[in-house]
Ligand binder design. Structure first.
Ligand SMILES: [Mg+2]
Length: 200
């Protein structure tokens, strides 16, 4: 596998089975990956500042399907936002780390120790320069469609979709499909929501 794609070339949007099989942990950036990178900033009448982000619901189900397939998911952001913490709680992502100085390597080292996972077993989906140090280190560096060119060069996988518009779902699905788990996870999800009176 070529780690450096060189200038101009686009990394593939499919993963090989052996690459996908070694993934134990998927690390997701927030701004530009779980969101479109936009931040709504305002203030309440009392003066308290309010920051809102828009998350994609289909991304959320993709994260759930990964978790149910036994793959850990972590959220690591270089920006501190309550909106991110709320979304992580909603998705039962316990490893949610926000550092205003974007010290992502430090945060991920802690996760790897807690989960007993090695860097080569990590996939990360990123979009911009704060992700670069991590993408150079993980086994499966991946990027969204709206990626900075310098970051894309490090990737072995690129989403066709943009951050906040299904790129995370696309990555989750690519991993599960390459592992041969997609159909089973999807059917299990549907079966759990079937009509109980039809069960034989
Ligand atoms: Mg970002």
């Amino acid at each position: 596998m070529t780690r450096s794609q060189g200038s101009g070339s686009v990394p593939p949007s499919t993963l090989s089975a052996d690459v996908a099989a070694r993934i134990q942990l998927v690390v997701l950036d927030v701004d530009g990956v779980l969101t479109d990178g936009g931040v709504y900033m305002g203030a309440l009448p009392g003066g308290e500042t309010l920051e809102m982000k828009r998350f994609d619901i289909q991304d959320g189900l993709g994260i759930r399907l990964l978790q149910w397939a036994g793959i850990e998911v972590a959220i690591v952001s270089g920006r501190v936002s309550e909106a991110t913490a709320i979304r992580a709680r909603e998705l039962d992502v316990h490893e949610c780390h926000q550092d205003g100085g974007a010290q992502k390597i430090r945060a991920i080292k802690g996760i790897l120790e807690r989960l007993d996972v090695g860097w080569d077993q990590v996939a990360m989906l990123g979009d911009d320069l704060p992700d670069l140090a991590v993408l150079r280190r993980v086994g499966v560096p991946a990027v969204v469609a709206n990626v900075a060119e310098e970051v894309r060069r490090e990737a072995v996988w690129q989403a066709k979709r943009r951050g906040g518009h299904g790129a995370v779902r696309e990555f989750c699905e690519a991993i599960l499909r390459a592992r041969g788990d997609w159909e089973a996870q999807m059917e299990a999800y549907v079966a759990a929501r079937g009509d109980p009176e039809e069960e034989g």
